[in-house]
Design a protein around this ligand. Structure first.
Ligand code: MG
Length: 428
């Protein structure tokens, strides 16, 4: 069996869902998804020359071939691995189809039939549709309310100002009452774990550049957390994300203030690249600290895992290096008795691929679902009897490969103009 082609397609959803399809000479294809990035499909096309003529079933060797070929361009990490991750996932799908087995079987078999999903509740509709560089977009499918929110809160359609979302004084749209209502709504759909953004516009923010938090800001953030906890009670787990915005001492004060609410985790309170700084926060508090969506490869996780700088590892399998790399990161974490909660902003294609890994590692905690705001999220795949997510769980598909196919009609409807659609050029 030989690889004869690699093609891409991009769908404009809340993020740019970037698909990779690998074609073999016996007519089989494999589908993978990459975490969006500027110039991504061009990188994937550049990597194609390394794959043509190769046996797609030698996944780890091909992964290594791409890694070392790109060693100058990105051996430590970076966008090159977003591309490699999508290709690698497509190779797993193709190989599973070649042998007639699900991907989780090839990854060692499953610990569980159903994968627990945590629902990302984000913050408000203004942040629901972003380009790879976090510029707010207004896709046609966004609700009228969402369109208004983008216009009202995202000056210049760019929600990130300095290190914070929004500008000082533009905070009125985020309230404890809104968070509580959304928490009740989502928990009512059967989810046992929720995540909200905590780094949202805060009425007490004076400066969005410094990474500092005033006492009033910390108290307001705690009021959001308290509202969510009160809304869902003690039987639903809740997590909050800070998107690496704060400095060490303010992150410590925040984590301390949130201790009474029993969080599942506080995510990325400080930037992830200084592991010693993150370790200071993690060691200062009983609030578990999660991080990892910005780490590439097991090597990127090594120091944080080994030094106890994080409590929960959150690799993004469409970005960190692929599905097998996700398994290797989980195993590394497991040697230090740490749980893994994969970050995921993908369509059902990438989410289900991640679910195969989640099923195959013992120390899995919960898998992110970031598609609540996208009305066609569930429609993007075919091959399942029911919805992808039911009552807060994904039942791992038993079909060959990842067990689902892309719904090309829906994908084409929302395809990004100017990007090829699996080889077809031109406008959608
Ligand atoms: Mg995050």
């Amino acid at each position: 069996m030989k690889i004869v082609d690699v093609r891409t397609a991009v769908v404009e959803a809340n993020y740019e869902w970037t698909y990779v399809r690998v074609y073999s000479d016996d007519g089989l294809t494999g589908l993978g998804e990459s975490f969006c990035a500027p110039g991504l499909t061009s990188i994937i096309q550049d990597l194609k020359v390394l794959l043509i003529g190769e046996d797609p079933r030698n996944i780890d060797r091909l992964w290594s071939k791409m890694r070392w070929a790109a060693s100058g361009a990105g051996s430590m990490g970076g966008i090159i691995y977003n591309a490699i991750s999508g290709i690698e996932a497509a190779l797993w799908d193709l190989t599973g189809k070649a042998y007639g087995v699900p991907v989780y079987q090839l990854l060692g078999g499953k610990f569980r039939d159903r994968v627990r999903v945590y629902a990302d509740c984000h913050a408000g509709e203004a942040l629901e549709a972003l380009t790879p560089l976090m510029v707010a977009r207004r896709p046609a499918w966004l609700t009228a309310e969402g369109q208004e929110a983008v216009a009202a809160t995202a000056e210049s359609h760019h929600p990130v100002h300095g290190r914070a979302y929004g500008t000082p004084g533009a905070a009125a749209v985020f309230t404890p009452e809104m968070y509580a209502a959304r928490a009740r709504d989502v928990a009512g759909r059967g989810f046992t774990a929720l995540k909200f953004d905590l780094d949202v516009p805060n009425p007490y923010t004076r400066d969005t550049q410094s990474g500092t938090l005033s006492h009033a800001e910390v108290k307001f953030m705690a009021s959001l957390v308290e509202a969510v906890r009160t809304a869902v009670g003690d039987t639903v787990d809740i997590a909050f994300d800070c998107h690496w915005r704060y400095n060490v001492s303010d992150a410590q004060r925040l984590a301390y203030e949130l201790e009474p609410y029993g969080l599942l985790w506080l995510e990325d309170p400080v930037p992830p690249e200084n592991v010693a700084a993150m370790r200071r926060v993690t060691h200062s508090t009983r609030t578990p600290i999660a991080s990892g969506e910005n780490y590439y490869l097991r090597y990127g996780f090594r120091e944080a895992v080994e030094t106890g700088a994080l409590d929960i590892a959150a690799p993004d399998l469409q970005k960190t290096g692929g599905l097998l790399e996700g398994r290797k990161i989980a195993d590394l974490a497991d040697t230090h008795y740490l749980a893994v909660a994969p970050h995921c902003i993908a369509s059902p294609v990438g989410t289900i691929a991640s679910a195969h890994v989640a099923a195959a590692v013992s120390n899995f905690l919960a898998l992110e679902w970031h598609g609540m705001s996208v009305p066609f999220w569930e429609e993007m795949v075919t091959g399942l009897d029911g919805p992808v997510i039911q009552d807060g769980y994904i039942t791992v598909p038993e079909g060959a490969g990842i067990g689902v196919e892309l719904n090309e009609g829906v994908a084409r409807r929302y395809a990004k103009a100017g990007e090829p659609f699996f080889g077809e050029r031109g406008e959608r």
